[in-house]
Design a protein around this ligand. Structure first.
Ligand code: ATR
Length: 281
């Protein structure tokens, strides 16, 4: 290895497909901003090749990687160590290669969600804020963990397939009440925070049907969908005076711990970064 190659820090994102990922634009912006000698690559890896691709990271000189669909759960069985958050969520999105070659995995989505919410809604007081979470997929798991750790007194969970919501509540424990998908609007009257974690409202998907009449106008409404940035849910909430927090920030904040671990600098989330990543779509 020549001297220059050994100094260049390498990271990337593994997925299948991985063309759509905005992580290269995000980390590339930070590398340039902080003048770091590093690279962040797209790493297309088929599911059947994941274990070998992860095991090859130390020899290939990688400091670590992000994982995206469909690798976030499968990686748990490959790495040497999983953080408590990763275990609770049941999925990992960030891997660090240790100096001895060990692979340590964590999940930064819960952190990213909460950091975005706190920045977007500084009035958020978790202990006073029962929450309604729509959806029970992978993103919902991370968000429910984030809300539990922040100390919300109650989570009401609703999902089209009720079995999936029941499994999530069983796995996480704590105060999670399930409400049938058809009755979701009833749950609005008791909450101070509404989170859409479903794909409804995303470009190309059906809209999320949720009449907000029962919701207090002091409640916060957030959506993890960020294409479009202002989803129909957020537009409706904004029009009636609710505080709204869009979803792109979750992507930006979840990337901070990985960048620091790989490249040695804690990066800032700025409006310039936000504009750059939105334009990369
Ligand atoms: P992610 O990892 O991003 O959370 P996911 O695991 O595929 O993605 O979850 C997608 C979520 O959107 C689920 O809650 C899903 O509901 P089901 O568990 O019933 O599938 C929800 N979703 C997707 N399309 C939907 C639709 N047409 N109506 C209601 N919910 C929908």
């Amino acid at each position: 290895m020549n001297r220059r190659a050994s100094e260049t820090k390498k990271a990337g994102v593994m997925g299948w497909p991985v063309d759509h990922s905005r992580s290269p634009a995000l980390h590339g912006f930070w590398l340039k901003t902080y003048g770091i000698d590093g690279s962040y690559e797209r790493l297309p890896v088929k599911p059947e090749d994941l274990a070998k691709a992860l095991r090859d990271l130390p020899a290939k000189g990688f400091a670590g990687v992000n994982l995206t669909v469909p690798h976030k759960e499968a990686a748990l069985a490959v790495v040497d160590e999983v953080s408590p958050e990763g275990r609770r969520i049941g999925a990992v999105n960030t891997i660090f290669v240790k100096p001895d070659g060990r692979l340590v995995a964590t999940n930064t989505d819960a952190y990213g969600f909460m950091a975005n919410l706190k920045h977007g809604a500084p009035s958020f007081r978790p202990p006073l804020c029962p929450a309604l979470v729509l959806g029970a997929g992978g993103a919902s798991r991370a968000i429910c963990v984030a809300l539990q750790d922040a100390g919300v007194p109650q989570i009401t969970l609703t999902n089209r397939s009720i079995e999936r919501a029941e499994a999530l509540a069983r796995d996480l424990g704590g105060k999670i009440t399930i409400t049938p998908w058809k009755k979701r609007t009833n749950a609005l009257k008791d909450v101070g925070l509404v989170v859409n974690t479903t794909t409804l409202g995303m470009k190309g998907q059906p809209p999320l049907e949720l009449a907000l009449d029962n919701l207090s106008t002091t409640a916060i409404v957030t959506d993890i969908v960020y294409v479009p940035l202002e989803t129909p849910l957020l537009a409706a909430a904004r029009a009636r005076g609710n505080i709204v927090v869009d979803g792109i920030g979750m992507l930006l904040y979840q990337a901070q711990p990985g960048f620091e671990g790989w490249f040695g600098t804690w990066p800032d989330v700025t409006s310039a970064l936000r504009d750059h990543v939105l334009a990369a779509g």
